[in-house]
Every structure is written in structure tokens, then in C-alpha cells.
Design a protein around this ligand. Sequence first.
Ligand SMILES: [Zn+2]
Length: 336
Amino acid sequence: MHQFAHSSHSAASSVEVPVAARRSEEVEGSSCLLCGGALEVSEAGLSDTRFGTPGSYEIHRCVRCGLEQTFPTPSASELKELYETYYNFGGETGTVYTRWRERFLFSFLYRVWAWIDGDVAFHQRRGAGWLLDIGCNEGRGLRLYARNGFEVEGLELNETAAAVARKAGFEVHTCPLEEFRPVKGYDVAVLANVLEHSLDPLKMLQDVHRILEPRGQVWISCPNSQSWLRKRFGASWLNWHVPFHIVHFSPATLCQLLSDAGFAKIELRQITPALWAAQSLLIRLFARKGKKTRQMRNPFLTLLFMAIARLGLFPVLCLGNWRGQGDCLVAIATKA
Ligand SMILES: [Zn+2]
């Protein structure tokens, strides 16, 4: 899913002024991806808390529409190298971990869990028609969408991951979205935690619009920049995920972007997955600048922290969603 961040747009910008003096000041020489408005610093001193890649980042907020962007923005070629070095699918199959994950995903237990915790990847939505999973990785989602009634295809730039999905019998395209010319339009396009990785999210949604049938739907999930967990965890918030997350959406900016790309009938919901809350907590406790946070891949710790988040914070997570401050935005929009 991560490979679809690449595009020709680049907007690197950095001004050497002390951070404290720059807060609430407009940043010169760059502008908002969505509306062209001026930018101000909204967060500073962020680093990669997951893989420990070098570099310090800021989040800049548009003074006009509120869209937030990561700065300095990596160029398309820098991102390609970062993904290939740190992020790529490793081809892990047939291990005890992957077998149990497979059993869980197709079990009744997962349905119950998704009902309680929220379904950030649309794994429980039933329907019919042609569905394209953009950034399908090794095809786990494809298997679930097919089970739920859809005719499925994937788009994935990572050849290793695409090969695994093809081996399981799926049609997977490996060209960039902007060059993708399907023979027939899709009824559904899924962007599950993909859009925030894009250097040009408007272009991405316009391309999705182009490959959909009339009245086709796009299903999007992405982090919510208005999340109460952002305020609680600050620089340790999981969803900064710099430098891989380029754009940080609020409900308003996501709706504006969808509307600019030609979508209507936008249904927006909020979810706070226990896994996301657990991972912010793991980052707060264990992340060290320049080091990979191995604890985020520790199944025991992750399950323990998820249980704490789900059971201990149940009312708080619900209240956050209800107040429009959930951790994840889930949008369904129709091609106008
Ligand atoms: Zn703006």
C-alpha cells in the first residue's frame, strides 16, 4: 500500500530559524497542497519513531484550510529509496505467525473484534461488483473482499508482494496509478491507509475518479489530525509516521479534497483502533531517536497494550470517536 506515495510533485522546504520563534509564524517559500494558502509550523522536532531513519521533521498547517503536511517533504526519489530500504514487504509466508494471522482474519473472532474495535480496512463490508484494492500488498485484503462478494483486483508497485498475491490467484497490476488504464471501470476503489502517503493526494483521487464507473465508490481510511491521541501523545503519536506520511487530514480537509476531486455523497465516520492506541503507547515508552522501535513488532507486548487500550479505555475511545476526535477517519464517497 505504501508504494503509491510516489508522484512527481515535490515541495521540499526548510528555513533555518529557531523552532520556538517559528511556531505560529508563516513559513515562507511553500504553500498548501490543497488550497495554496500560507503555512505555519504546528508541530516540531518529530523523527521516525518506527524505523529510526535519520532526519528531523516538522508539521506545517495551512492557515486557510487547516491541511497539515510533513516538512521537509522527501522527494519522490528519496521516498522510493526509503520504502525500498525500510518498508518493503519481506515475503514472509508459512511461518507460525502468518498461519495464525490467516486463521484469525478468516475467523468469526475477527468479525466480532472488527465490530467492537472498528474496521479500518473495510474487511467486513459486503457487496458486489468490481473492486480495486490500491496498494494491495500481498493480497490479504483481496481474499477478504472476494469472500464478501466482490470481484477483486489489486494495484501494487512492489513486485515481490504482487507476485505473492498473483500466486494466490489474483489479478494484480503493478503500474503507477497515474498510468493505469483499466479496460473497464471499477465499482469500488479501496485506499486503506494509503492516501496520507501520497505526495499529491488530489491527483491520486482524480486518478481514482477516472478509473471508477459512474456512481462508483471510493473507500478511504486515514489518520485523523484532530485525534485526541495526537494531543495526548504529541511527538510520540503513531500517525505522524514521518517521513512516510506526507499529508495529515482532518474531517474537513478530507471532505474538501474528495469534493475537489469530483466526489459527492461523502459519508464520514471515526474509529480508534486499539492497535493504534497501543502503538502510540509503545512509541512513547520505547522509541529512541535514530533507532528502530522493535517493541512495535513484539506480538506479546502489542496484544497486552491492545487489551489495556480496548478494555481499560473503552469509554474514552468511544467518546473520542463521538466527539469527532477518533484516531482514524473512514470515508465513503461516490463519483459524482
Ligand atoms: Zn490549505
